[in-house]
Structure formats: C-alpha cells, structure tokens
Design a protein. Structure first.
Length: 320
C-alpha cells in the first residue's frame, strides 16, 4: 500500500478489527486446555447455562452492550444459528431475526451481539444450547411457513432453542446461495481426521458418527459450490462466479502466478489447530492470519481476477 488513503484504511482496519479480535484470541472461554477446562467446570457449577457464561464473556471482552441493531447497514452481517426445534437456520441480522418456519422478529434490540454470537458458536454438546425467550407479540404476523411448515406458535415462538450454526450449514452457504451470484467462501473449520481405531463406547462412537455425518454434508456443500463455478454443458455460462479456499487447501493447486510461499506440510499442520474457544498465542495467531491471507490471495487472483496485484509479502514476518 503506497497512497495515503490506503495507509489510513489499513490503520483503521487494524485498530477497529484486527487489534480487538487478536486481543480476544488471547482469552480462553471454553477451550480444551487447562484454563478452558476449569472455566467450563465453573460455568457448569455456577447458576445459568454454559452458553450464558460464554455470552457473558463475549460481552465483557468484545461486544459490550451492543445489540443486533448496532451493526452497520453495510456490509450486511448475518449470524447463523441452528434451530433445534424446527431443524432450520435461525438468522440474526440488523433488520430482523427469523426462522422461515417460526417467523420473523423486527425488533433486533431484543438480542445483544454477544448472545447472537454465543448462539452461533454453541458447539454441541458442551456449549449448546442457547435458549431465547420471546413474547409471541414481537413476531411479525403471518411471517412463518405455510401449511405443515408453519410453526409460528408457542413454544416454537416463545422459547427458541438454538445451537451452533454449523449444525445446519457449516459453510453458511444457504444464506447467500439463493440471493447472490458471486460467492467468496472461506472455510477455516478443522478438517476431518482419519482414525485407525475409533472408540467403541457410546460417547466416542456418537462423537465419531456425528463427525462423519458432518464431513459428508460439508463435502457435498463444497462440491456443489465448486461445480457451480464451472461452465455447464457445451460451454454454458457458470451458475456462479467466485472462489473457495479452505484451511487445508494446497496453495499449489490454485492457478496463480507468484503465490506467497506456503509449503503444504506447514499449512496442513496449521489446519490441525483445534477449533475451540481457547487462547491462541501470538505465533499461532500470526501464522494463521498469514495463511488465511495467502490462501485468499491465491483464490482471488487464480479464480476471480487475475489482474489483481500480487502481495509484497505476508501481513506478519513469521510466514506460515
């Protein structure tokens, strides 16, 4: 970045986005290290649900008392959770929150950003569910589904039980799929791992079965997305434009000149980073940021706009 405006933009981005998020990444909420285990035990013992304690931590360290109404008009942020009652996605937005079967609530001051993000990250079973209680009168009349799909009635409307958005759609694709032609998809989820000797007890079997099911659904979503970028029969125009990059992508697979140096063995090691709410040290943070930056650059220049300038280097000196 050479012009003053670009430098100002970068400084504002670092101050308002990068610095707060990195500071928050230094906090363990409910991870799998010692601090996270003790924090989880405390959340179980103390009054209130585990998810309420996670929302409290989000409020303390990141969002304060901001509500959905405080989000900007542009870009439009959509925070997804999975409705365990209806089996549909529940969307939190500035303009409204809704489940197409249950209905729509336009008073988005009723939910804080901390509560919405805690619901979206309510990984089952330890952080799930997130329970919201609403008065039936806050719903837009007749905004639920039709026929057998109409669930706009108690208890679906008055006691909403949500879990991690990834339970329904781990890539968050559906929210944009029906409305936009250009899709830029970044998948930072930990890749599916192979197991030589899966556990045979009920708990480990249940966990492994869920992981296999999730991997299959996610793979189908990715395949659907990538196929939509390809020309149809007889060279027909692709249904979508855009690109996909994942934390386990191989940068050598992108058709791009001069990608940033990202040996696949090193990026695969980064891809194995546990997806949790535990503290990440500075080195891990910077290597993950660098890898995400490089993968995004390779995908964008390789599949969206080959005229984009190649980056001069990584955001941080550590590389990947």
């Amino acid at each position: 970045m050479s012009d003053g405006r670009s430098e100002d933009t970068r400084a504002a981005f670092e101050q308002n986005v990068v610095t707060p998020i990195r500071a928050f990444s230094e906090v363990t909420l409910a991870g799998f290290n010692a601090a996270g285990v003790f924090g989880m035990l405390g959340a179980i013992i103390l009054p209130g649900s585990v998810n309420e304690h996670v929302a409290k931590a989000y409020r303390k360290h990141l969002y304060a008392e901001a509500t959905l109404q405080d989000m900007p008009d542009e870009p439009r942020f959509v925070i997804n959770a999975s409705n365990l009652q209806s089996g549909s996605v529940w969307r939190f937005m500035k303009a409204y929150m809704r489940d197409w079967r249950v209905g729509e609530i336009k008073n988005t001051k009723l939910v804080t950003l901390a509560q919405a993000v805690a619901a979206s990250s309510a990984f089952p079973p330890p952080l799930s569910p997130a329970v919201f209680k609403f008065d039936e009168s806050v719903y837009t009349p007749n905004s639920g589904g039709s026929g057998a799909n109409n669930l706009q009635r108690p208890p679906y409307t008055t006691r909403v039980v949500l879990s991690d958005g990834g339970v329904y759609d781990n890539l968050g694709l559906e929210t944009a799929w029906k409305h936009y032609k250009t899709l830029l998809v970044s998948n930072a989820g930990k890749p599916f791992g192979f197991e030589e000797k899966p556990g045979t007890n009920w708990v480990s079997q249940g966990s492994r079965v869920i992981a296999v099911m999730d991997n299959q659904v996610r793979s189908l979503r990715v395949r659907q997305l990538i196929d939509s970028f390809k020309p149809g029969a007889s060279g027909a125009v692709p249904l979508r434009t855009g690109c996909y990059w994942g934390i386990d992508s191989n940068i050598a697979d992108f058709p791009v000149q001069n990608p940033l140096p990202c040996p696949h063995a090193r990026t695969l090691a980064l891809a194995a980073t546990t997806t949790d709410l535990a503290r990440k040290d500075d080195e891990t943070q910077e290597r993950l940021i660098n890898w995400g930056y490089a993968a995004c650059d390779a995908a964008m220049r390789g599949h969206v706009d080959s005229k984009l300038p190649a980056p001069a280097g990584f955001p941080y000196r550590r590389g990947v």
